[in-house]
Ligand binder design. Structure first.
Ligand code: 5AD
Length: 350
């Protein structure tokens, strides 16, 4: 490894900041095989804040209906193949009960942008969860809705909101998200933060056209925005989308980016996402060693799980196989923490 690379890695470890040129230099010059020092710094940083704890989040996919047409996504509106489904409020509450009984203390409701779920329906579901399980953190991942909706869900008791920005490049955003506006998405992230949510942002790794310059910009955007959570994952082209047949995003690049995100935002809650786990059967182990500290097992009822196909062969972990999940995390040298696992900076002024 070159002296310059080592100096930059030490700098980002010490200062939690690098400028765009420096980040781009790292991305241009580092290889996964030689990224040992990067992963060591990321691990030290993670240990300082979270020790060897790994948080588990139960995740239920409440609807695969979506009004958007993101070019990469298997549940895009124009894909006629997926059998569309929606869970009923009672089914969602049953999932939450079973997650609670298994020990989960975070419940993530994820879904396509589906206006079938009105503000009041969602608020009622959130209120019901909080009434039954006041110590369960509720995370929403339901895409762009109005600020009033976000406000209403927060009042109902929601704690966190995941809304990946997908890409910070205006050009790429336009190319991959027909009919959507990047400014609206970034504004939604700001609104969520102002309202008081712990907010998750993040991007897809390996979108055609995304070079290291764009990736450095992605990292700097995260550094500036300071989300409580960051979700990134490699692109997995879905055969029923316009991106069918193109190159898959790199797991190794994703791991390098995870480590850099840990160094730029030491307190961030950083999951190893399903896309990493889909492409690499050692994805968890590698992700944990790169600084990630969250795993999100899926507890969507088995009858619907395969329909939530944002990409093929989705390697989501079955959230009911907790013993296996725990074993695997422990074998990798880490410890499962079933608590709420809030970001320690949350509610402080940052
Ligand atoms: N490959 C990788 N990630 C994808 N997402 C959607 N489709 C794909 C795909 N084909 C990501 C988006 C979205 C998240 C839930 O999944 O970033 O925000």
């Amino acid at each position: 490894m070159s002296a310059k690379l080592l100096i930059l890695l030490e700098k980002v470890y010490r200062e939690n900041y690098l400028n765009k040129e420096e980040l781009e230099y790292i991305l241009d010059n580092i290889t996964y095989e030689r990224a040992g020092p990067l992963f060591a710094y990321a691990t030290q940083t993670r240990m300082k804040i979270y020790q060897d704890r790994v948080f588990l989040r139960s995740l239920v996919e409440i609807s695969n209906c979506c009004k958007n047409n993101c070019l990469y996504c298997g549940i895009r509106k124009d894909n006629p193949y997926p059998e569309r489904y929606r869970l009923l409020p009672d089914q969602i509450l049953d999932c939450c009960l079973s997650a609670y009984q298994q020990g989960y203390r975070t419940f993530v409701l994820q879904g396509g942008e589906d206006n079938f779920f009105t503000t009041e329906m969602l608020a009622a579901i959130i209120r019901e969860i909080k009434r039954n399980f006041p110590d369960m953190a509720v995370t929403l991942s339901l895409g762009e809705r109005s600020r009033e909706d976000y406000q209403e869900f927060f009042r109902a008791g929601a704690d966190r909101y995941l809304l990946r920005h997908e890409t910070i490049s205006p050009e790429l955003y336009r190319r991959y998200h027909p009919g959507m506006e990047q400014e609206k998405r970034i504004q939604a992230l700001r609104d969520l933060k102002e309202i008081g949510y712990q907010v998750g942002a993040g991007f897809i790794v390996g979108l055609p056209g995304q070079d290291n310059k764009v990736l450095a910009e992605e990292l700097l955007f995260l550094k500036e925005f300071k989300p409580a959570m960051v979700g990134i994952g490699p692109l997995i082209p879905h055969p029923e989308t316009p991106l069918a047949g193109i190159k898959t995003g790199s797991v190794e690049k994703t791991l390098i980016l995870l480590a850099l995100i840990r160094l730029l935002l030491p307190e961030v809650l950083l999951p190893i996402t399903t896309a990493v786990n889909t492409l690499d059967k050692m994805g968890w182990e590698k992700g944990l060693k790169a600084g990630a500290n969250v795993i999100m097992p899926v507890i969507t009822p088995a009858s619907h799980r395969s329909k939530y196909e944002i990409y093929k062969n989705k390697g989501s972990v079955d959230g009911s196989k907790l013993t296996e999940i725990k074993d695997r995390i422990e074998r990798a040298g880490f410890r499962v923490d079933m608590g709420r696992g809030d970001n320690p900076l949350w509610s402080k002024e940052i």
